[in-house]
Design a protein around this ligand. Structure first.
Ligand SMILES: NC(=O)c1ccc[n+]([C@@H]2O[C@H](COP(=O)([O-])OP(=O)(O)OC[C@H]3O[C@@H](n4cnc5c(N)ncnc54)[C@H](O)[C@@H]3O)[C@@H](O)[C@H]2O)c1
Ligand SMILES: N[C@@H](CCO)C(=O)O
Length: 786
């Protein structure tokens, strides 16, 4: 049976609400037989350590106070999560345990590891009971019954047998961090011990995967709390993850990775606070391209060591419960030690260790082969420029295919400097993956234009077309689709998909940046935008649905994109390739205030109104406009005025107005009943449309006017005017002098009051629209580089 191991850390279980969220993740992501490894809830371990210190200092009042603190926290969790008998039993059991701790403390019989183990025992027990209460089969397991160490070594064969008690018909909630020794005493597995417990159990159970659910969304190029532009990587190879851990990066501990060596067990780092977000997968060498990372070290001492014995760094690491990095430089061996532990290491090495430098701050650079030297030099130069005194700067090969650089300095550097270093050292290494959805008139033209455009884009950043999506099939090729024969590849290799497999394909893309370009006309597809954002995809839309969705949904999407530093461009959703969005934004940036926006916003309706003189039936022209690629897939979206209403809403939102579609009054350019039924039934009733338009034309001609479908947004009056309707306009007005198919935007503003600013040109058509999407792609690519 394929099982998985899921590990939840203390921050994931810090309150009743968090337990609830974790239970939901388990219910939706796990299956019976999976193991769930848990740490102590919130800061419980720290409180237990405090208790141990009070006890050691014979502070009996302090000991009792801390016991009370522990009790309050656990009672609160139990009371909020459990009900009836389960609650009563849990409270009774907790009481007995805390009383025993107090008695043992009084009798001077407390044992440190046994005391610390309570944190994990409590969280495993409570989570299992809570899942049971939610009517899911779950049982708590004490890892001391599963993991045995003898002489400090894990007893793999015995442990593998012990792990067979994990039941295939329930969720197995296992305590992290603890094990037992050959005398049956509790031992702890050190910092990040629960992650280690999870990978050990995965190995013993031959699980398929281990997911570390934590408070970050994955492994980033640098600390995302300090550098907003930090890049979350979809995949990181184990060797780079290991090196990062040794350089002090807190996301994964080197020890966590050891049980996975020579196995195919997948390791995933994922956020328990945002369980639908893209994660980072730690993969075997060769299954991910090498990435760039910057990691910082605070307050470390540099110690020179004589005759380092094999395995000694591991032992020291175990002794201080902290990862250690050692390196050779000019035939000397050095060890970097967190300053608080230096005395322990020096004592332990009795006479073989000399302190060289103390209180150093460091920058570790992990990068692909052959560039560590160059990047280290570059980093040193930048740090010097900002008056940071450098004590050591060197680069090394860690193992074949793995390189890093280390710059050790006298002073700490702040987040601004880390941001500059990230921008200078990491930004160049990025690639952008492009996924195009919608391969119709505009989509196909966009791809044809892409071949030439890539030369320009690649000058900024390597850009690859990696995915094509239509309504039923998709084609993903992570190394890149060959543009000159994309259609052939599509025909031979596209496969059927559903939303889940589309999202999974996006998640698998091992690129620093991804963009989904939506050239569909599908509302359903636009509803996937929040999922695309969760996969860290930028968005470019020709499709107007998301931009005109209900305000609540629209704002939530914008917020989600903003939080993730993702961009959304939708230049062609109004005016095709015309720079109307740019113009409105530019005017506003320059302090101008738009007062009125008037125009013809539909290429189809512009073409129809200009071409229609009564000599051929109107519907015949409509079919011609459809053939020319002007109309929406169902041209009634144009005739109904809905498409223009959407465009006016997009522009109104660009001006900062909070409007919804229904706030814009709409008069259709067809009889209302023609909106019912499918396209074929509409064609059967086309005479009705012809008569409707013939009447309108005769009337307009009588008054020497011309027909135009006009959109207006007027902010000058007390009440905002927002409307779209068929109008008859005078022949000398700007709106009358349009070329067939042109859009016109007449902008009146503070700066352009009497003499309006006018933007006019083709407002539909595959060439200009595809080119407008390229403008968005160029802008996005440009914004991704420094
Ligand atoms: N044609 C223009 O001049 C123009 C101008 C500006 C904006 N646009 C917008 O561009 C978009 C595309 O227009 P078009 O003229 O190329 O339309 P089209 O009908 O020729 O192409 C639409 C494509 O989208 C695909 N599609 C439909 N539903 C899908 C789904 N759920 N998932 C994935 N793919 C799906 C279809 O298979 C088709 O390949 C529309 O939103 C339109 O409003 C068009
Ligand atoms: N159908 C639309 C395409 C451009 O959005 C039009 O005719 O204007």
């Amino acid at each position: 049976m394929n099982t998985a191991v899921h590990k939840f850390g203390g921050s994931s279980l810090s309150s009743a609400a968090r337990y609830h969220a974790v239970a939901n993740i388990i219910i939706s992501h796990c299956q019976a037989g999976d193991s769930v490894v848990v740490s102590a809830a919130g800061k419980t371990t720290n409180t237990l350590v405090k208790l141990w210190l009070c006890y050691q200092q014979n502070d009996s009042q302090g000991t009792l106070d801390v016991i009370k603190l522990l009790k309050n926290h656990q009672v609160e969790l139990i009371s909020e999560l459990l009900i009836d008998e389960l609650q009563e039993t849990a409270l009774q059991k907790l009481n007995d345990e805390l009383e025993l701790i107090a008695t043992l403390a009084q009798q001077q019989e407390l044992v440190e590891a046994q005391l610390l183990a309570h944190g994990e025992v409590w969280s495993a027990r409570l989570l299992a009971q809570y899942l049971t209460q939610l009517e899911h089969k779950a049982n708590a397991f004490d890892a001391r019954d599963l993991l045995l160490l003898s002489g400090g070594q894990l007893q793999h064969e015995k442990n593998q047998k012990s792990c067979q008690v994990l039941n295939s018909e329930q969720f197995n909630v296992v305590t992290g961090f603890i094990a037992k020794n050959e005398s049956g005493e509790t031992v702890t597995l050190g910092r990040n011990g629960s992650d280690y417990s999870a990978t050990l159990i995965a190995r013993y159970c031959n699980a398929q995967s281990v997911t570390i659910w934590t408070d970050t969304q994955g492994v980033y190029s640098t600390d995302p709390r300090k550098v907003k532009q930090a890049i979350k990587y979809a995949k990181v190879c184990r060797e780079q993850a290991n090196l990062l851990a040794r350089l002090g990066n807190p996301v994964l501990h080197a020890k966590t990775l050891t049980p996975l060596k020579d196995t195919n067990i997948k390791l995933v780092v994922r956020s328990s606070f945002d369980s639908h977000s893209a994660c980072t997968e730690i993969v075997k060498k060769g299954n991910a391209k090498q990435k760039h990372f910057l990691t910082t070290l605070d307050n470390h001492d540099l110690v020179k060591i004589e005759q380092l014995i094999e395995g000694e760094v591991g032992e020291l690491s175990q002794l201080i419960q902290h990862t250690l990095h050692h390196f050779e430089l000019d035939s000397e061996t050095y060890l970097l030690i967190p300053a608080a532990y230096t005395h322990i290491v020096i004592n332990h090495l009795s006479g073989r260790a000399n302190l060289v430098e103390s209180n150093l701050f460091g920058l570790g650079i992990v990068c692909p082969n052959d560039i560590a030297h160059q990047l280290t030099q570059q980093a040193a130069k930048i740090l010097q420029k900002y008056n940071i005194n450098i004590r050591f700067a060197f680069s090394q090969k860690d193992m074949p295919g793995n390189e890093y650089g280390l710059v050790l300095c006298e002073q700490a550097f702040d987040t601004d400097l880390l941001t500059i270093l990230h921008e200078e050292l990491i930004s160049d290494s990025q690639e952008l993956a492009v996924v195009v959805a919608g391969l119709g008139n505009v989509g196909a033209t966009f791809i044809t234009q892409l071949e030439k455009q890539l030369v320009r884009l690649n000058y900024l950043l390597p850009v690859k077309l990696v995915g094509l999506v239509r309504s039923e099939n998709m084609l993903f090729c992570s190394d890149g689709i060959k543009i000159h024969n994309w259609l052939e590849q599509w025909q031979t290799s596209a496969i059927a998909y559903d939303n889940k497999s589309l999202i999974a394909a996006l998640e698998q893309l091992d690129y620093e940046h991804k963009v989904v370009i939506d050239i569909t006309a599908s509302e359903d597809f636009s509803l996937l935008y929040p999922d695309f954002a969760a996969q860290d995809c930028h968005l470019i839309s020709a499709n107007k649905y998301a931009g005109t969705a209900h305000t609540t949904w629209y704002n939530a999407l914008k917020e989600k994109l903003y939080e993730r530093n993702l961009k959304w461009r939708y230049n062609t959703s109004v005016g095709a390739g015309l720079p109307i969005n740019f113009a409105l934004n530019d005017l506003q940036y320059s302090g101008d205030k738009i007062e009125r926006l008037l125009g013809v916003f539909s290429g189809t309706l512009s073409w129809l109104c200009c071409e229609y003189d009564g000599s051929v039936p109107f519907s015949e022209l409509l079919l011609k406009a459809k053939d020319m690629g002007y109309t929406e897939p169902d041209p009634r979206e144009d005739l109904s005025g809905r498409d223009v209403q959407r465009k006016l809403l997009i522009l109104a939102r660009e001006l900062g107005l909070t409007l919804d579609l229904d706030d814009i009054s709409l008069t259709p350019m067809m009889p209302a009943d023609l909106a019912q039924g499918d396209w074929l039934s509409f064609l059967e009733k086309r005479d009705k449309l012809d008569a409707f338009m013939s009447d309108k034309l005769i009337q307009a001609k009588k008054e020497d006017l011309v027909l135009r479908y006009v959109a207006e947004l007027n902010l000058q009056q007390d009440k905002l005017v927002a409307k779209v309707a068929l109008s008859a306009v005078k022949k000398d007005e700007p709106l009358a002098g349009l070329k067939a198919g042109d859009n016109i935007f007449v902008i009146n503003s503070l700066w352009y009051q009497d003499n309006a600013l006018v933007i006019q040109g083709p407002g539909a058509g595959q060439e200009v629209t595809a080119a407008g999407i390229h403008s968005d792609l160029y802008w996005l690519t440009h914004s991704l580089i420094k």
